[in-house]
Design a protein around this ligand. Structure first.
Ligand code: GLN
Length: 448
């Protein structure tokens, strides 16, 4: 009730797209009643959660913050959602995001921007801006987001919360609206790494409904966290994550945390990841290609928005998509269609696939020598609402440090590292080898 009241009092912050005001209280009552009747409480009994609006919760609106899905409700539960419910979590509602998870500021939302809880004139990051702002502003205890190239980690860094993107395939994507299917992962945003570990343990694991979900056994994350010792921990620090252009405040906060780890017995190992400059280009070729294909399903025929104003079938497709999608989504569909077209495929798409393999090998090699790779989550602190929205390339650079782990499919998280000179939150990113989420969360606990 406290969470619902706070959400209602703060409706103008735009964090929630849909509030389950009656549903959440009713579910709490039902859970209480079950408890009285001897029900063994689930692992997440009563946990008040927010769900990003690109995840299906049966019978609730599923908008992806897009005009094209503004009237659409989900007809089934995402697997992650189903698993949370089975452990007695309570959903408070669906939260704001960049349209179809394309963006780094939450400004590409048909519902408008969300203010950063630490400075109302700045963005909360994106695309899971609503998820991060909800946890930071005590409008949910834990939130689910999705991360294709940084959309959980970057907003977590901007809002001073923990944001975990697990290994590709760790969590089923069934019921997550697809953006770049070979990158998309559901992630967890929370106040601390213990909460993230608890929720990850519930939603991770093989799912027959998603062939890309992994058979790898789900670890006991709490135990893996306890096994982490800073003494002797090898932390790889890539030169490329500390370029000259890195914001001074961000650099000093991250360096201070790393220095503390060194004093506590960790070994800081200088490493180099020479292909880093190609990350953004490869990422935006591969994900726009996948997006252009994934978003073909929104044609006005099967579900979602249909334009009233069309004379024939092709006109209906064109007008529905023209009126339904926002400009960033259209830009990506056009880019993706271009890089996949005959004559350009080898130059762009195939080349980017090859770059992806090089990244994977490079990160594998680096992580055979160190336990984790560390650096800033974002090259700059939260920026002003409106500052980058007219310059897509500038906006894409917000992902320069988060995109590599997504290209490699490796787990990564952002942990609060402190505040810069202007009082803005700074996130520290940790990247690990496949399926080392427990280790990452354990190191994060030492940092926070
Ligand atoms: N900001 C990146 C993009 O716009 C990442 C998005 C995401 O991870 N969903 O593609």
């Amino acid at each position: 009730r406290g969470y619902i009241e706070r959400i209602q009092k703060n409706r103008d912050n735009n964090v929630y797209i849909t509030v389950f005001d009656k549903g959440a209280i009713e579910r709490a009552r039902v859970l209480d009643k079950k408890l009285e009747e001897g029900h063994v409480p689930g692992k997440l009994f009563g946990l008040p959660m927010a769900i990003k609006d690109n995840l299906s919760v049966k019978d609730a609106p599923l908008t992806c913050a897009s005009g094209i899905l503004s009237q659409y409700s989900a007809v089934y539960n995402a697997t992650a959602v189903e698993r949370l419910l089975a452990e007695d979590a309570i959903f408070l509602g669906k939260v704001n995001m960049d349209e179809f998870a394309m963006g780094s500021s939450n400004e590409n939302s048909s519902f408008g921007p969300v203010p950063n809880p630490y400075d109302q004139t700045r963005v909360p990051g994106g695309s899971s801006g609503g998820s991060a702002a909800a946890v930071a502003g005590d409008l949910a205890m834990v939130a689910l987001g999705s991360d294709t190239g940084g959309s959980v980690r970057q907003p977590a860094g901007f809002c001073n919360v923990v944001g975990l993107k697990p290994t590709y395939g760790r969590i089923s994507r069934y019921g997550l609206v697809a953006f770049g299917s070979s990158f998309d992962q559901i992630g967890v945003l929370s106040k601390n790494s213990d909460d993230a570990a608890l929720v990850l343990g519930v939603i991770a694991g093989k799912d027959e409904a998603d062939t890309t979900s992994s058979h790898h056994p789900v670890s006991d994350y709490a135990e893996e966290m306890d096994n982490v010792s800073v003494k002797g921990l090898k932390i790889g620090v890539p030169n490329e994550f500390f370029p000259k252009t890195l914001d001074k405040g961000v650099a000093s906060v991250v360096n201070a945390r790393l220095e503390e780890l060194r004093e506590a017995g960790a070994e800081l190992v200088q490493i180099t990841l020479p292909e880093s400059d190609y990350a953004i280009a490869a990422y935006y070729i591969l994900t726009t290609a996948e997006a252009s294909s994934n978003l073909a399903r929104f044609d006005g025929a099967r579900y979602g928005y249909r334009s009233k104003d069309a004379e024939d079938l092709a006109g209906m497709y064109v007008n529905s998509r023209t009126e339904g999608f926002g400009s960033e989504v259209k830009r990506r569909i056009m880019l993706g269609t271009y890089v996949l077209s005959a004559g350009y495929y080898d130059t762009y798409y195939k080349k980017a696939q090859q770059v992806r393999r090089v990244f994977l090998n490079r990160y594998k090699e680096a992580l055979s020598k160190v336990d984790v790779i560390a650096g800033p989550t974002s090259p700059f602190p939260p920026f002003g609402i409106g500052d980058k929205i007219d310059d897509p390339l500038e906006m894409y650079l917000a992902d320069v440090f988060t995109v590599p782990a997504s290209i490699a499919g490796m787990p990564a998280l952002s942990v609060p590292a402190g505040f810069d000179g202007s009082g803005l939150p700074v996130g520290l990113q940790l990247i690990g080898d496949f399926f080392t989420e427990g280790k990452l969360l354990g190191v994060a606990r030492e940092i926070q």
